[in-house]
Ligand binder design. Structure first.
Ligand code: FUB
Length: 456
């Protein structure tokens, strides 16, 4: 993926304060599941491998924001190896908070049945660590057992749904990791889920519906909404509504049509209200090298129609507008970014996630940075290099905008031997601007790693 973003995405670079879809450029991300906790919006994702020819997915990842434009990479707090009974296919997840605990539901290939199963891991924070407290699947399964979505109704009853190409569900116990009774199958009627394509009709039987996979359940103004990937391959996103969490459902229509702009034969919805606005998450194949097995999460703002129905939503490059600014006078993690080119992220037990794989010409954009008036005096960054280092230019509003500061990074004796270096600012930056960290150095080798920064 590296080195090709400029050619393809150069055209896209904007100075506006919008989300810059796809939201993550440092790796491929899939199947977004948003969750609000406190002041932040978290998104749980899958991770497509580079050069994959199937969904050979190894781990789940977490990103968060408080302004809808700068996203912090929290790395991967959960992976296949955290489930002793699983061995493959870390597919579409969702996390739900209850009573101060975070329940991370995942589909995974089960060693026990040789098919797919639903697991759950529990953590004390939205970014983990998470533990498979059961040590066995919550629902083990068959090949239809994928894409869990969870919902807690107003009376406290939690429901877990999943399935392709039909929806299964259970009523979860209060502990969120067990249920009594049997797994039930939703009644899949064409009234409820739309009429499937002609090729999928079975003679003499009820028509197959449009429902395919990736269910997402929510309640709004007393009405239950089931939002899902539909239409078989290629997928679009549709929805159904009901007066009860278990149906019967009434087909509502298409939310995001399948079109070439998504460059992916799957799509996957996640819907959330955050700070008074509604957001629709989905995935595309729109990073360089992207496609059906190299997908990337994206977001669009939307408003429900007056009657509570969904509008149709188009995939865009701009995504969601900023709903806040970023304070540069506190420590900011380097892996908090609105857009980047060329760089990757890596985890470390001591420092957490940091930005790596920095080469000459790479850059990171941080959007909507509020310098207020009268600053900055200096710029500092925590950096490391096992080789010869390089230079980090801090520029205003574009990769070749005015030079705010210039930080020379020396060799520090190791890729994780961090040194905090502070340099005087070269100019005043009044008000709100996008900031670009533009990496310079010898052409070819990796230059340095970058953990955090701060203006004074
Ligand atoms: O990411 C793997 C699978 O592709 C998901 O489980 C489906 O929803 C589809 O997005």
């Amino acid at each position: 993926m590296k080195r090709t973003i400029s050619a393809i995405c150069g055209l896209f670079i904007t100075c506006g304060v919008w989300a810059d879809n796809p939201l993550v450029q440092t790796c491929y991300t899939t199947d977004p599941a948003p969750m609000v906790h406190g002041d932040r919006l978290y998104v749980y994702t899958g991770h497509d491998e580079n050069r994959a020819d199937f969904f050979w997915m190894q781990e789940w990842r977490v990103y968060s924001t408080d302004d809808m434009v700068n996203w912090t990479d929290h790395g991967s707090p959960l992976a296949i190896e955290d489930f002793e009974w699983g061995d493959d296919r870390a597919w579409a997840p969702q996390t739900m908070e209850r009573n101060g605990k975070f329940y991370f539901y995942v589909p995974l290939h089960s060693k026990l049945t040789g098919a797919m199963a639903i697991g759950v891991a529990v953590g004390d924070t939205p970014t983990g660590p998470f533990k498979d407290v059961l040590g066995h699947p919550l629902a083990d399964g068959n090949w239809a057992y994928i894409d869990p979505t969870v919902f807690i109704d107003d009376d406290g009853q939690a429901y877990l749904y999943w399935g392709n190409p039909e929806i299964y569900y259970v009523k979860l116990n209060d502990d969120m990791i067990s249920y009594d009774g049997e797994v039930k199958k939703m009644e899949m009627t064409t009234d409820g889920f739309g009429v499937g394509r002609m090729v999928e009709m079975e003679p003499g039987k009820e028509y197959r519906t449009t429902y395919t996979e990736g269910p997402w359940i929510q309640k709004r103004d007393g009405k239950y909404y089931m939002i899902y990937a539909a239409g078989g391959i290629p997928e679009h996103i549709a929805y159904s509504t009901s007066d009860s969490p278990t149906g019967p459902w009434k087909y509502g229509g298409v939310i995001m049509a399948q079109n070439d702009a998504t460059n992916s034969f799957t799509n996957h919805p996640g819907v959330v209200d955050y700070k008074g606005k509604s957001y629709f998450f989905y995935h595309t194949g729109n990073l360089p090298g992207g496609g059906g097995f190299a997908r990337s999460i994206a977001v669009e703002p939307f408003e429900y129609n007056a009657d509570g129905s969904f509008p149709t939503i188009e995939p865009t490059r701009e995504g969601a507008p900023a709903i806040g600014t970023l304070d540069p006078y506190r420590r900011v993690e380097a892996e908090t970014m609105a857009w980047s080119e060329g760089v990757a992220s890596e985890p470390n037990d001591k420092t957490g996630v940091y930005v790596s794989d920095i080469h000459n010409g790479d850059y990171i954009k941080v959007a909507n940075v509020n310098f207020m008036s009268g600053g900055p005096r200096s710029f500092g960054a925590s950096v490391a290099s096992a080789l010869r280092g390089g230079v980090m230019e801090v520029r205003m509003d574009s990769v070749d905008g005015p030079l705010v500061a210039e930080l020379e990074v020396p060799g520090t004796g190791g890729w994780e031997n961090w040194r905090y270096i502070e340099v005087p600012a070269k100019m005043e930056v009044p008000g709100v601007h996008d900031i670009y960290f533009v990496m310079k150095g010898r052409k070819g080798p990796k230059l340095f790693n970058f953990d955090y920064w701060q203006f004074k």
